[in-house]
Design a protein around this ligand. Structure first.
Ligand SMILES: [Zn+2]
Length: 436
């Protein structure tokens, strides 16, 4: 059984970790279960198909189109990166993408949709139950019930857990019974700023941008935050707290992801469903325009303010947002709104850090635009929500392994679980084996 098989990103990507580990024989895997569609959870799955795995990959229904979108994009980016590298370094050993578009297509044929809450046999003697994790559309925590030699063991995988009360998504449900828990700990050390405050701040920034007739540029990752911002803008227009102004969704991937989101209305929280019953959100978003082609995107240079442009990449490390930044960073009436994590060394981080001059496309550009950072829109639960999620399981006294976090996040969370419940917590290293 394999549970998630993600891609290493950022610094660790360079260390050659994006492969099938030697201890894992793809032809001996009975089944794969996938918690959600983010690249750091599904990004290496095509390597299994490439190595001949043709068993099932169980996941929730919306995760299938979302993961497919992300994996196709990943194969495309890898092909472009390899092409660029080989062109620039004709004297060096040519580099190759770790998988191709065909490997992704082969993999997509293996996905098997599973409903939330239902129990399904995923392999002989192993049943799985997927429950809402509130992190992105389709996200799940998974419990595997394993029967072996007359004994039953329950192993719970949190996947990525979303914050309570976040707009659009239902709250994470969690489980009440487990012998072993593998739990994420991304923000195990802190709580986020209350969401209502962040929404209010967002509204203030939008109103100011509209009043100054500037362009509001928002670097976004295609899935999650984009739909959250569209939802909030629709609400502001409906409640007339902000006057309608042009919004551009300038990312082909975000356009597709938004379409997938809106097709799954029944999976959203009660508030969103009630709003859409009253009147579809699209009627509030009449000033929203998708700009799928490069020409559409370039035409936005001549678009007068006020307007809001959402474009990738989320860390300003490439993509269409770079062109918009190049045209607008030097304009004092322009505004850049950072809503996601900005990795060390990225252009987004330099802007957040208040650098007054940045280099792009070989030019030096003065930063006169206002840079705003909104930290409260995280898709990950903070410490209190993680402890609540775990709280349901505490009475069963499971063993716990904390993953998916740097030590900064997981050490304080481990300490808290040990102190509050007297439960032993292990902090596994990459490649470490834990006996169940
Ligand atoms: Zn995730």
């Amino acid at each position: 059984m394999v549970v998630d098989f993600g891609m290493f990103q950022g610094f660790s990507e360079k260390e050659g970790l994006n492969k099938v580990p030697a201890a894992l024989d793809p032809l001996k895997i009975d089944a794969v279960v996938l918690t959600h569609g983010h690249l750091d959870h599904c990004g290496r799955l095509p390597l299994l198909a490439k190595a001949g795995y043709h068993g099932p990959i169980f996941t929730t229904e919306p995760t299938i189109p979302l993961a497919s979108l992300i994996l196709r994009d990943s194969a495309h980016l890898q092909a472009m990166d390899a092409e660029r590298y080989n062109r620039k370094h004709p004297d060096k050993e040519p580099t190759e993408p770790i998988y191709s578009a065909k490997d992704v297509d082969d993999l997509i044929g293996l996905f098997k949709p599973v409903n939330y809450d239902q129990r399904v046999e995923v392999a002989p003697g192993i049943r799985a139950q997927f429950v809402e994790a509130g992190h992105m559309l389709g996200s799940a925590s998974i419990r595997l019930t394993v029967e072996d030699g007359g004994k039953t063991k329950n192993i719970v995988f949190s996947g990525d857990v979303g914050p309570k009360g976040a707009p659009i998504l239902k709250d994470a449900v969690g489980f009440h019974q487990a012998d072993f828990v593998v739990m994420e700990s991304t923000y195990g050390d802190r709580d986020h700023k209350p969401l209502a405050e962040t929404v209010e701040e967002f509204e203030g920034i939008v109103n100011k941008a509209v009043a100054s007739k500037g362009k509001l540029l928002v670097p976004v990752f295609a899935i999650g935050r984009t739909q959250l911002l569209l939802y909030l803008l629709a609400q502001m227009f409906r409640n007339k707290t902000v006057q309608k102004f042009p919004i551009f969704l300038d990312s082909p991937m975000a356009i597709q992801a938004t379409k997938i989101y809106w097709e799954h209305m029944s999976l959203f929280d009660e508030e969103f469903q009630a709003l859409s019953r009253e009147r579809p959100l699209t009627q509030d978003l009449t000033s929203l325009k998708a700009t799928p082609t490069a020409q559409d995107s370039m035409a936005l240079n001549d678009q007068p303010g006020p307007c809001l442009i959402m474009a990738g990449a989320g860390m300003c490390s490439g993509g269409r947002i770079l062109h918009h930044l190049r045209h607008n960073l030097s304009k004092p009436e322009a505004c850049v709104l950072i809503v996601g994590y900005q990795g060390e060394g990225s252009l987004g981080r330099r802007l957040v850090d208040g650098e007054k001059e940045v280099s792009m496309f070989g030019e030096k550009i003065q930063v006169r635009a206002t840079i705003h950072t909104l930290g409260g829109f995280s898709a990950h639960a903070g410490q209190t929500d993680l402890m609540d999620w775990f709280g349901h399981l505490a009475a069963a006294h499971p063993r716990v392994a904390l993953t998916h976090g740097e030590d900064r996040g997981r050490l304080p969370l481990a300490k808290l679980i040990q102190e509050r419940y007297g439960i032993k917590v292990v902090l596994p290293q990459l490649g470490e084996t834990v006996e169940l």
